[in-house]
Design a protein around this ligand. Structure first.
Ligand SMILES: *Cc1c(COP(=O)(O)O)cnc(C)c1O
Length: 683
């Protein structure tokens, strides 16, 4: 008997393979598919139990990420959770400094390297403190781009040999603050971004009796490349042109502050994928440096800004989410190119500073979130079989479904699409019932799936059919907000590696995209890393009703932590800061936890106070109680629930049936205590 709409298709809708029982998968296959070895640069591996492990120092010592998640959950901090692997942060600081040291000795360069961390990339106190601590022996300093950042930097940076670079637009207060830094013995350098700042610096340094240390930001003609290319070139919003530099120099000399000019600065934009861009920019900046020396300024430092990339897709290419060079090559090329220019111009080579933010902090942070539900495409749920005579349109669709060989794939797809559209018109006109429309839709998706499964692997595929992959993908609903935690994915289409952190010994069979819990259709992830390419779906494991399914987004420590917004009032996620520890059973300990935002705190930022809102609701409940719409006991329970949620976390709180209760942190309501019973039964 031919299959009809009455007999449901045997295939489970969401799984690609007809076999949904889990197939084993090798470690290699998992590492390959999700790219752990490519983008992880030795920091990630899969263990025998199919769990993802992080190797903070890139050696054998590893921590199972699921263990961290479970330990944090025990303390009441469920995902969404940011895990900071502090040892990894330290290791990056060491790696950068050692790369420059090696380059300096390799090139027999006569200057030194003293880098700074631009705190705008991640201002979190623990991050900045960890970097300063790891960088202490290298005299590693800080860069500030605003008054608040400078206030932080002045307080935290105590190393007198380290640089404190002051960038960004400046008013009198900013300049005063920087000059105050000089008075208390810090190496504060004010980098002039616009000509008008020179006058203010001259005036204020006289007023305060402080000799400033001044740098000039140069508007390079070397064009950047990649997503942030607009930071350079003629139309850049920052920097001085050649004639403005001459004017600035004249102003300083006239004010007898010529000796204050010490530094040349440039920044070609973040995530530079191509090393040749960096070489060109460095050469151009070094020429400016030498010219300023020739004009009689003392100088001494060349600041090469940021731009050092992160290989998000692991392809080691000049694709925009990658980089075609290593940190070591970056340092070598800078040192070698500056040296060349200086030799040519017979100028003493400057000390080098760089402002690498992304490269230092991106790798240490992992965002863990839970897939809580999925929206399947096509046939799903229990659809009752059609009774009685089936309308023509249903039979036509059945025919397309049952006779795959009569038409070629594209024709079959077109026919099915046309019949589906017809069915929708008939439904709108009142000629087709809901059950029949559902049957047609269901058959349509069966046809799509059948076509998709039969597409030749690696062969030429018409564009429309190539889209089937995306069309058929399940949407995994994930308990997090793209606007809070992966802002650059939304704003700039930046790609981050995403992968499950467990079940990696099971073959993932469901092509999926991710959607977040904001009420915004843009709150989604439908582009994933691939080798020098983008894939529109990611294969994931089928969700299991009684088990949690955790995904990780990796390399998110730069910018994402700090630029998130309050879309839908979700706010910051929970955080756990992890260190390697040999004495501990799991090889790690959580040094610090930071609970995510509670609703009252978020509401406070937009001028609501929890007390007021509770009072307003209480008044309305009281009124309903007096009017006898609500029983007094019920009224009390309602108010209790409202008040409790006001002080709870903002993200979804979900309990799985077989999980133990978590131990609440003192003074904090956990997501797992059940709310008071509403609407008690009338007795
Ligand atoms: C943002 C910024 C940086 C950091 O750039 P990365 O590419 O993240 O290293 C450095 N310097 C300046 C002036 C910046 O604005």
């Amino acid at each position: 008997m031919p299959r009809s709409a009455n007999t449901p298709p045997q295939q489970t809708p969401q799984a690609v393979s007809s076999n949904t029982s889990s197939q084993t998968w090798s470690r290699r296959e998992a590492e390959d598919y999700y790219g752990f070895r490519r983008w992880g640069s030795g920091h990630f591996s899969v263990d025998d139990s199919g769990c993802l492990c992080v190797h903070p120092l890139g050696d054998q010592r590893s921590i199972r990420i699921l263990d961290i998640v479970e330990q944090a959950a025990q303390a009441g901090l469920r995902p969404p959770l940011t895990i900071r692997v502090q040892d990894m942060l330290r290791q990056r600081v060491t790696q950068l400094n050692e790369a420059f040291r090696a380059a300096i000795s390799g090139e027999e360069y006569e200057g030194t390297y003293r880098g700074v961390f631009p705190i705008k990339v991640n201002q979190l106190r623990e991050v900045v403190e960890e970097i300063l601590d790891a960088g202490e022996k290298y005299d590693f300093g800080l860069e500030a781009g605003s008054k608040p950042e400078l206030l932080v930097a002045l307080a935290l940076l105590e190393n007198k040999n380290a640089l404190l670079i002051c960038n960004g637009y400046k008013d009198d207060e900013y300049i005063r603050l920087a000059l105050m830094g000089r008075r208390i013995g810090k190496q504060t350098v004010i980098v002039v971004e616009q000509l008008s700042e020179i006058d203010a610096i001259i005036r204020l340094s006289r007023e305060m009796g402080v000799e400033p240390c001044i740098g000039l930001r140069i508007k390079l003609t070397t064009a950047g490349e990649g997503k942030w290319a607009e930071s350079t070139g003629e139309n850049a919003k920052f920097g001085l042109t050649a004639s403005e530099i001459l004017a600035a120099g004249r102003k300083l000399k006239r004010a007898r502050l010529g000796n204050a000019l010490r530094l040349v600065h440039f920044h070609i934009g973040s995530q530079v994928p191509n090393i040749s861009t960096i070489k060109k920019a460095v050469t151009e900046a070094a020429r400016y440096y030498c010219e300023l020396v020739r004009l009689g300024f003392p100088m001494g430092i060349l600041d090469v800004g940021g731009g050092l990339g992160v290989d998000y897709d692991g392809s080691r290419s000049n694709y925009e989410s990658s980089m075609n060079y290593s940190m070591e090559a970056y340092a070598r090329d800078i040192i070698a190119n500056v040296k060349n220019v200086c030799v040519q111009c017979s100028v003493q080579p400057p000390d080098i500073t760089s402002e690498s933010g992304r490269a230092l902090v991106a790798p240490h942070s992992i965002l863990i979130f839970e897939a809580v539900d999925h929206i399947a495409r096509g046939a799903d749920g229990d659809i009752p079989p059609l009774r009685g005579k089936r309308p023509m349109i249903v039979r036509e669709m059945e025919d397309i479904n049952q006779n795959p060989s009569r038409l070629d794939a594209l024709e079959r797809f077109h026919d099915a699409k046309q019949k589906k559209e017809e069915a929708h018109s008939l439904f709108n006109l009142g000629y087709l019932g809901l059950e029949e429309r559902a049957a047609v839709d269901r058959l349509f998706w069966c046809v799509c799936r059948d076509i998709h499964d039969k597409l030749p692997a690696g062969g030429e595929i018409p564009d429309e059919l190539g889209e089937l992959d995306k069309l058929l993908a399940a949407q995994y609903v994930c308990n997090f907000s793209v606007f809070q935690s992966l802002l650059d994915h939304w704003a700039l289409d930046q790609l981050f590696p995403i992968a499950p952190i467990h079940r990696l010994n099971e073959k993932p069979t469901v092509p999926a995209t991710l959607v977040d819990i904001t009420c915004d259709s843009d709150g989604k992830v439908s582009a994933f890393i691939d080798l020098e390419d983008i894939k529109s779906t990611l294969r994931l494991h089928p969700l299991q009703s009684n088990k949690r399914y955790y995904l990780g987004a990796f390399l998110v420590g730069a910018y994402q932590d700090i630029m998130g917004d309050l879309h839908n009032l979700f706010g910051r996620v929970n955080e756990a800061h992890v260190f390697l520890e040999d004495d501990e059973e799991d090889g790690f300990y959580i040094e610090e936890t930071i609970p995510g935002s509670t609703t009252d705190k978020i509401l406070g930022m937009i001028q609501y106070t929890a007390d007021d809102l509770c009072r307003m609701v209480k008044r309305q409940i009281d009124r309903a109680t007096r009017a006898d719409q609500v029983r007094p006991r019920e009224g009390v329970a309602m108010l209790e629930m409202y008040e409790k949620l006001m002080h709870s976390k903002t993200y979804l709180a979900r309990n799985k049936p077989d999980e133990k209760k978590t131990r609440p942190i003192k003074g904090e309501t956990t997501e797992t205590t059940p709310p008071p019973v509403l609407f008690p039964k009338k007795n």
